[in-house]
Design a protein around this ligand. Structure first.
Ligand code: RM4
Ligand code: MN
Ligand code: MN
Length: 396
């Protein structure tokens, strides 16, 4: 690889940051049960501390997404504590995620619930999240709605669209200048007949209707098999509606596997669409890159370091695509050469260039190795094991 390519990668990596999810450090499981890890985070302090490890060794993850009910159980009252932790660990609070799916009252939905009192409760919670985001100087409020129904005929799909339009519009009016509302979609689970915000088209229409500070959030695991995700990304970029990502990989459904573990070419193609857009428009796409993964079996901090490094590798490959050349080949319909231009970048070994970048930024060349020899994992395993041994893993 020539010096110019290395320099291009280094400059791009300086700007490429990826947000970690607080819930990725806690004990999580499948719907059949949890496997408890002795070193898992059980408090918000643990989560900040673990995230700081990932950032220390990768230099790529300066922010932590928070799930309000899990991380700020007392809402706004917990803001000073979170601020203190953010300062102490050198990690900024990232996107604020409302929880409108876990409480008993949300059995039949939140903003789409036929009961107006429950719709109010949900709206109030999201409004509090907007206030929390404001207090923490976090830009993005990022709700995911589990709303839907399990059987045909049991809910009025169009009435619920209206409820969503009303609820989201109300939330939008509370946004401060600069804040954004990111609307996430998901085709199924937990609802198995219809989900109120099932795909990018529904999310896009709702975001447009809510107001100019709403954008769409693409969770890479929230698509049907074989769906062309990079095409969705290209459309959202074209519409200036691409707000952020929840990165993860999947083999079957919403598996939340490590980014790029199943299909690295897919993630590369997404990054390519973004880089191409940026080259054509001579602008930087204002996108929040976030991870939404919870590792049930892998060590959580190690898996997050692996994820951040994988994201950098796939992003760096997309940086190498020769846009000028590719555009000409596309125009002349030189199919094989165009495809080879894209594929060629994908097959470049960018790891030496990334090591260069790390060295020149005083980061360890091998973040995973550096974490392992740092002694942190042994220490927290000792400190947390008693607490974690009391955690229940049962499904029923
Ligand atoms: C959902 C979705 C959301 C996440 C929850 C916990 O499947 O991906 O983003 O907040 O899980
Ligand atoms: Mn998600
Ligand atoms: Mn998900």
């Amino acid at each position: 690889m020539n010096d110019k390519s290395v320099e291009k990668i280094c400059n791009a990596l300086d700007k490429f940051k990826i947000e970690l999810p607080s819930w990725g450090f806690a004990n999580t499981g499948t719907r059949f049960g949890k496997f408890i890890q002795a070193a898992a985070a059980t408090t918000i302090e643990d989560k900040f501390s673990d995230a700081a490890q990932v950032h220390t060794f990768t230099g790529a993850c300066p922010t932590l997404a928070l799930h309000v009910q899990w991380d700020l159980p007392h809402g706004l009252k917990d803001v000073p504590e979170v601020e203190k932790l953010a300062k102490r660990f050198g990690i900024r609070p990232g996107s604020i995620n409302p929880n409108i799916f876990q409480n008993q009252e949300y059995k039949y939905g939140s903003l789409g619930n036929p009961d107006p009192a429950i719709r109010r409760t949900a709206t109030r919670h999201i409004l509090e999240c907007v206030a929390i985001a404001d207090a923490l100087a976090s830009r993005d409020v990022s709700p995911w709605f589990a709303d839907g129904s399990n059987y045909p005929g049991t809910q009025n799909i169009r009435t619920r669209i209206r409820y969503f339009e009303e609820g989201l519009a109300e939330v939008h009016t509370a946004l401060k200048p600069g804040q954004r509302l990111l609307i996430e979609y998901k085709p199924f689970e937990p609802a198995f007949y219809h989900t109120d915000i099932a795909d990018w088209g529904m999310a896009l229409l709702l975001a447009k209707k809510a107001g100019p500070q709403s954008f769409v959030l693409v969770d890479t695991g929230h698509h049907y098999q074989a769906q062309n995700i990079e095409q969705i990304v290209a459309w959202l970029l074209h519409q200036n509606m691409m707000g952020g990502f929840h990165f993860n990989d999947r083999r079957y459904a919403d598996d939340d596997l490590t980014l790029g573990s199943i299909d690295p070419y897919q993630i590369f193609r997404i990054f390519h669409e973004i880089r191409l857009f940026e080259w054509e428009t001579q602008s930087t796409a204002d996108i929040a890159y976030m991870v939404d993964q919870s590792h049930n079996l892998k060590g959580k901090i190690e898996a997050m370091i692996q994820t951040a490094c994988t994201a950098q590798e796939l992003y760096a490959r997309a940086v190498l695509v020769d846009h000028e050349r590719l555009s000409k080949l596309q125009e002349s319909c030189s199919l094989v050469d165009a495809e080879e231009t894209l594929r060629g970048a994908f097959w470049e070994d960018v790891r030496p260039a990334i090591r260069e970048w790390r060295k020149s930024r005083s980061l360890p060349e091998d973040p995973l190795q550096a974490f392992r020899s740092g002694g942190y994992l042994e220490r927290i395993t000792q400190e947390r094991k008693v607490k974690n041994s009391g955690a229940g893993g049962a499904y029923a």
